[in-house]
Design a protein. Structure first.
Lengths: 185, 180
């Protein structure tokens, strides 16, 4: 049943979800705040923040859209040997491993041109690639669990999975970046 | 609802990143601003993709006409509700961030500064994003595109770029007005 198009009805449908998602996102904000000094010292890492956040959500939501469609078509079974499931998972990780080194080099190049990056090219590429590798595995896991949960609770994965995956992956993106920066830099 | 081509969101994520990388002065001047960045950007995406999806569904069902002129009252209330909810969520994020940072004695910028930046950037990006979403979905629909596939990539792209650009503008305005 679609929401009635009145100010009050839309607010009643939207505001509770929005409040919860805002709290989730603030969680990743506090993690960012805890390594603010490092980020401000090395602007190349600051450039990676929106990229990592956005890409984790994008990877997850593209996989979620594919899995939801396969699920509706009845071509998906939740088993490790399932071709659709394994193929999409491997493709997502492979895509990340090819794209994130380029993202890292791009972030380094752009800050070197504008502000001075403060870190060497290999370090920034390593941070980007390692974050991407860990994130893609986590994004695949979160997406598969969320799609499976939607299926078990008889909810339409199209409605549930993408908002959950984008917001959870936003937070995971910051956490993984934080972990990798602590180890590498 | 897919978020569209992989390349679009990623490349403008980098555009937003460069602006953020150039915001070091502002981030230093307003302590606690960095904590707000993910929540404010995500609010733009959540609110205006919901608005876009609502308009797309209504077009499919024939509930509204793809015309801005004449001003369908339901369209006006949907846009007003989106902007108001975006502002409420932004102010809520700033309040929670301030209270938590203050209770951790992390000495954040003043409450008025953080809420002012959140609300001002929310208002600027709200007006821009609802205009972009309504006009682009209507134009796409009239040309025979499925509005459902337009909304996701459109909102992620414009949301990230305008979200971070208006955040920078709002910080500068609030600082010029004497916040800090």
């Amino acid at each position: 049943m679609p929401t009635e198009w009145s100010f009050r009805a839309i607010t009643r449908a939207l505001l509770p979800v929005l409040t919860v998602l805002t709290l989730v996102e603030l969680g990743s904000g506090f993690v960012l705040g805890s390594f603010e000094a490092t980020l401000l010292r090395y602007p190349a890492l600051l450039v990676l923040v929106p990229v990592t956040i956005g890409t984790a959500g994008n990877l997850g939501s593209v996989l979620a859209a594919r899995l939801s469609t396969a699920f509706h078509l009845g071509t998906l079974s939740f088993s490790p040997t399932d071709d659709t499931l394994a193929g999409n998972a491997v493709a997502t990780v492979g895509l990340t491993l090819t794209v994130f080194p380029v993202v890292g080099a791009g972030a380094w190049g752009l800050t070197a041109l504008t502000a001075g990056s403060g870190l060497g090219l290999p370090t920034v590429v390593l941070v980007a690639t390692a974050s991407g590798a860990v994130l893609s595995v986590l994004a695949v896991a979160v997406t598969i669990v969320a799609t499976y949960a939607a299926y078990r609770f008889e909810l339409d994965p199209d409605d549930i999975v993408i908002p959950v995956v984008t917001n959870v992956c936003d937070v995971l993106g910051v956490l993984v970046l934080f972990g990798v920066v602590r180890i590498v830099v | 609802m897919s978020r569209g081509a992989m390349d679009g969101p990623r490349s403008d994520g980098r555009g937003a990143g460069v602006v953020l990388g150039g915001m070091r002065e502002e981030l230093r001047a307003v302590s606690g601003l960095l904590v707000l960045v993910p929540a404010l950007l995500a609010t733009r995406g959540n609110v205006y993709s919901s608005l876009g999806a609502r308009i797309a569904t209504a077009l499919h069902q024939g509930l509204i006409e793809p015309r801005v002129r004449g001003g369908d009252p339901r369209l006006r209330s949907a846009v007003a509700a989106s902007i108001a909810n975006g502002l409420l969520a932004s102010a809520f994020a700033a309040t929670v961030a301030y209270v938590v940072l203050w209770s951790l004695s992390a000495s954040p910028a003043s409450f008025a500064t953080l809420v002012g930046i959140a609300v001002l950037s929310g208002l600027l990006s709200g007006v821009t994003l609802s205009t972009v979403v309504v006009l682009a979905v209507f134009a796409g629909y009239r040309r025979g595109y499925n509005p459902d596939t337009l909304v996701g990539p459109l909102v992620t792209t414009t949301g990230d770029v305008f979200g971070i650009a208006y955040l920078l503008l709002a910080v500068r305005i609030v600082l010029a007005l004497g916040g800090g």
